[in-house]
Design a protein around this ligand. Structure first.
Ligand code: FEO
Length: 171
């Protein structure tokens, strides 16, 4: 049986991951309106990945006979004042999510819940990747997007991103 605190944190994480999907949809919306379809594509795929993360927690709870209680999802609240502000808000958000995942891991470790720790290992690695992707995007923007040709090239690169299902699957 899942520890009460681990259960509550994982249940909350479903809404947090869906909130992540919602803010990335907001970012995609921002770039779509600006005509930067590659950036919009990149964040739309990011939103899909966040939905996948939410569903993994959902499935893990069900697989462990732990009740899922779907909580409200906050309205996207990032100030989208410029392209670089959006990119930076993405990195800041991923750092926050890393903290949330670490908190769940900590709670699982406290009660020697090795099964949950093993499940969470995937998210620990994923957060490393997510932070790196967000940080690389800022670096590329700062290096190359200073003129319209550079911005066009970067937008084209981001347009090529394709969705792939998570490497972790639960059934
Ligand atoms: Fe689900 Fe981007 O962390």
């Amino acid at each position: 049986m899942l520890n009460e605190k681990v259960h509550a944190l994982m249940n909350e994480q479903i809404a947090k991951e869906l909130y992540s999907a919602y803010i990335y949809l907001d970012f995609a919306n921002y770039f779509e309106e600006k005509g930067l379809d590659g950036f919009a594509n990149w964040y739309m795929i990011q939103a899909q990945e966040e939905r996948d993360h939410a569903l993994l927690f959902y499935q893990y709870l069900h697989n462990n006979n732990a009740r899922v209680d779907l909580l409200p999802i906050d309205k996207p609240d990032k100030a989208l004042t410029s392209d670089i502000a959006v990119l930076r808000a993405g990195l800041e958000h991923e750092e926050l999510v890393t903290g949330l995942i670490n908190d769940i891991y900590h709670a699982a470790a406290d009660v020697r819940d090795y099964r949950s720790m093993q499940f969470l290992d995937w998210f620990i690695a994923e957060q490393g990747e997510e932070e790196k992707n967000a940080s690389d995007l800022i670096t590329k923007y700062e290096l190359y997007a200073g003129d319209s040709k550079g911005l066009y090239m970067l937008n084209s690169e981001l347009a090529a991103r394709v969705y792939t299902a998570p490497s972790l699957t639960l059934s």
